[in-house]
Design a protein around this ligand. Sequence first.
Ligand code: AVJ
Length: 356
Amino acid sequence: MAVLRDSLGTLKGIVEMATYVQAVDIRHFATADEREALTREALTREVRRGLTARPRSLSPWMFYDAEGSRLFERITTLSEYYPTRTERAILAGNADAIIAAAHGDRSLPLRLVELGAGTASKTRILLEAALRVSDDVAYVPVDVCPDALELACQNIASALPEVRLQPIVRNYVTHPLQLDSFDGTTLALYIGTSIGNFSPQEAELILGNLCSQLQTGDALLLGTDMVKDERTLLAAYDDNDGITAAFNLNLLHRLNRELGANFDAARFRHRALWNSAESRIEMYLESTREQHVSIEHADLDVHFVRHETIHTENSYKFTDRGIRNLLEEVGFAIRGAWKDSRGWYTLTLGCLRSRL
Ligand code: AVJ
């Protein structure tokens, strides 16, 4: 805990995290040209690191260019991909209870801070519940993508004009959040099982940093996909329509578009497997034959042997005990947990314990 609370230590730890190590923080760069140049720089670094490493890997932040974001939105509507719809149903059925548990003193203002806000479509359910108990509600969406943030703000502003909006463009992984002090209750939201992309150590760093920005009595709502039968898990990451495969393969198209690479996506295939020892789905791109690929702007030639893989994503699945350990380790006490009837997904509310 001492390490996590030391701001320099936290920053260093997170910047050096393996999973999102080369993600770019674009908050200071206003023009599209500058953003593009920085993104290209980050892609180049990550490609050099990941494609020269053994085993080869690329970081999942690279999925989310415009096309990748569009494909991910499609994934969330697939019959096999249950997490999004399950989480939404849990929120719809329990929003009032969640807000009541998080916000004991109704006379105080309430602030919702969301990490990785995306389009905020599920958050709206909680904001509506918040407005039912308080007339002083602020929403602070935090996202690395300014376009996504703008969409989130537009959505909330038109549906719930009473909510005060305070968007923050920030990569909360590489650049820990710094919240203004707030005279009221803060409820942090980390939903959509985004935490699943990170190893347990990385997850502790992210939540530990968040914790350092909260005050005693503030709360965190964490969304986590749960361990379940392997067939269901694998289907969610290898759907019949091939949308997840297209999402994974889009990484190669992106490198062709943005780094002048010459990947032939037809010579790679999408692979998803369940690693029960690590409790995670792993996604790979597998080279179906021996081949050479050049990534011009990274000045890199890569030789793939047949069946060689690039590890592109981990998606950790949780147990009740794992969630409790993680939250308690970083300083939260569990105040409530809500699940769907099958127990496939959990929303857990942790309250910040007083710091000694
Ligand atoms: C956005 C990280 C929550 O792990 O389920 C979906 C990403 N990858 N299908 C997940 C994803 C393949 C998703 N998260």
